[in-house]
Design a protein around this ligand. Sequence first.
Ligand code: SF4
Length: 355
Amino acid sequence: MGLEIAHHLKEWYRTNRRDLAFRRTRDPYAILVAEAILQRTRMVAGLPYYERFLARFPTIADLANASEEEVLRAWEGLGFYGRARNLQRAAILILSDHGGRVPEQVSALRTLPGVGDYTAGAVASIAFGVPVPAIDGNATRVLARVFCLRGDLSRGEGRRRLLAIAESLVPATEPGMYNQALMELGATVCVPRAPRCPVCPVQSMCGAFAEGRAEAYPNVRRTTTVPTVRVAFALIERRGRVLLMQRPSRGVLAKFWSLPGGEVGADEDEATGLRRMFSLKGVSVRIDEPLGRVEHTFSHRRWRGLILRGRLAGTIRPHADLIWAGPEDLERLPVVPFQRRFLEGPRSSRRRSGV
Ligand code: SF4
C-alpha cells in the first residue's frame, strides 16, 4: 500500500502542484529559508518575503555576515521573529562548522537552531534525496485520515504511531517530491473543512473516506486563549523626524524600533500610562488626539490600545536606543510592523483612522 500511495501522490503532484517559487528549487539554503518562513506563514503570503529575503541575502555567507537589524528588517511583517534569528544563527553555524555547506543528514540538520524534525526532513529529502519523512500539519491531516488516526498526533504514542507510518511510506526514489506531494494534497485537497475527496488521488486507499467521515480525523480540538493587555504608543515628531526607541533584547518584538510606549497599568488610561512612562525617563509629555487603534495578537498575548499624538514639554537626549528617525532610518531599521503606516507618507496627510 505504501508504494501505491507514493505512486499516486507523485503522479497527481506532477500535474496539480501550484507553481510557486518555493517548490522550484533544490538549493538547500533556499529550502532552509523557505521552511523557516512556512513554519508559521501560509505559502502564498510568505512568497514575497521569500523572494525578497533571498534577493537580500543570496548566500549563506551573506546571511551569516549581516547585522541582526538587517535580518529583522527583511523579516518585518512576517511575525514570529525568533525564526529569523534562528535562521541567521544556523547560517553562522553552517559557515563555521560545515564549511559553508548545508549538511545532508537529518542528525546534523537537527543540530541547527530552529531546525526540528519537519524542517530537517524537508531539507534532507528535497535538496539531497534522503528518504526521510517531512511531516507538517497538512501531511499529518492526510495521514490521519488515510490511516484513521485519532487523538493528539503531536506527542506521545500518537506521534510515534504517525511517524512510524510516515517512515514506512517514504519511497526510495524521489522522496522529496513525495513529501511535497503529501503536503500539497493536505493544503489544497485534504483541507480541514469539506475535503475534496472526489478529486483525491488516494481516495481508494483512504480509511476515513471509506467510513464516510473524513472530517472526524484527526479529532483534536485545541483552544488557546491568550490574555489581552492594554498598550499605548506616542507619535512625537520634530522637524520631519519621529521619536523611536529600540525594544528590549528579549520578549515581544525584541530589538525592533518602536514608537515610545508599551503596556499600560490596569488602573490607568492610555494617556496616563504614556505620561508615566515618559516621566520615568525624566521627561514630561503632552498627550493629544488618538491617531489609531492597536489590535495585534502574538502567540501568547493580545495587544489592544491606542497610538496617540504626543508633544514633548522638554528636551530628550537621544542615545543608542532612542533616536529621532528620519526617512533613511525608517527605510533601514526594523520597525514594529503595525506602526509603520503611521510613520510613512507625508505627515500632513495622515488622518485619524480607526478611532
Ligand atoms: Fe483526504 Fe478525502 Fe483524500 Fe481521504 S479521500 S485523503 S479524506 S481528501
